[in-house]
Write a protein of this length. Structure first.
Length: 175
């Protein structure tokens, strides 16, 4: 019998997120000069920072390459940021090899076709509520929140609660 998503959460040591459609709502605001602006959710940022500070691996793999995104994520303490990644599977495999991470310990949240093949390799594929039908079909967990609207916070908080780490962070007793 297959494990439920809550059972799979016990084994998670690593969070990997796409950017557009996961950390953002898929919208791109284009300025008159051609600069593309994205909006990220502060609560998603808080949860990613909590995960980093609690000892989880947090990684970003995105086909986009906005340097503003990199700066925002670095400010949250995320060190492994792969922007402009043309082959997410190859990037994922190299990342796991660097840190000796078993793919079964990875929660990956994606929202669209470029995430499909890497999501088939991880222990807990997840997606926002507004993900494409193909991604929803392979996800063990579909957030109740849309991309850019708290879906990342929701899955991080659930994993940390299942592993009894959220209250430690919340109460200021994290390392």
């Amino acid at each position: 019998m297959a494990k439920s998503y809550k059972e799979l959460m016990h084994d998670i040591t690593t969070f990997i997120f796409d950017v557009d459609g996961v950390l953002t709502d898929s919208s791109v605001h284009i300025t008159p000069s051609g600069e593309m602006l994205r909006i990220m959710n502060i609560r998603d940022g808080f949860a990613m920072k909590a995960a980093v500070e609690s000892g989880y691996h947090v990684c970003i793999i995105s086909g986009g390459s906005n340097e503003g995104v990199r700066i925002r994520l670095k400010n949250l303490g995320i060190k492994d940021i792969y922007l402009g990644s043309p082959d997410k599977v190859k990037t994922f495999q190299e990342y796991c090899a660097i840190y000796n991470i078993n793919p079964s310990q990875v929660l990956y949240m994606g929202d669209d076709i470029p995430d499909y093949h890497v999501m088939k390799l991880v222990g807990l594929p997840t997606c926002p509520q507004d993900a494409s039908p193909e991604i929803k079909a392979i996800s063990n967990y579909i957030s109740h929140k849309n991309g850019g609207k708290g879906a990342v916070r929701e899955v991080i908080e659930q994993v940390m609660k299942v592993q009894d780490k959220w209250h430690l962070y919340y109460n200021g007793k994290h390392d």
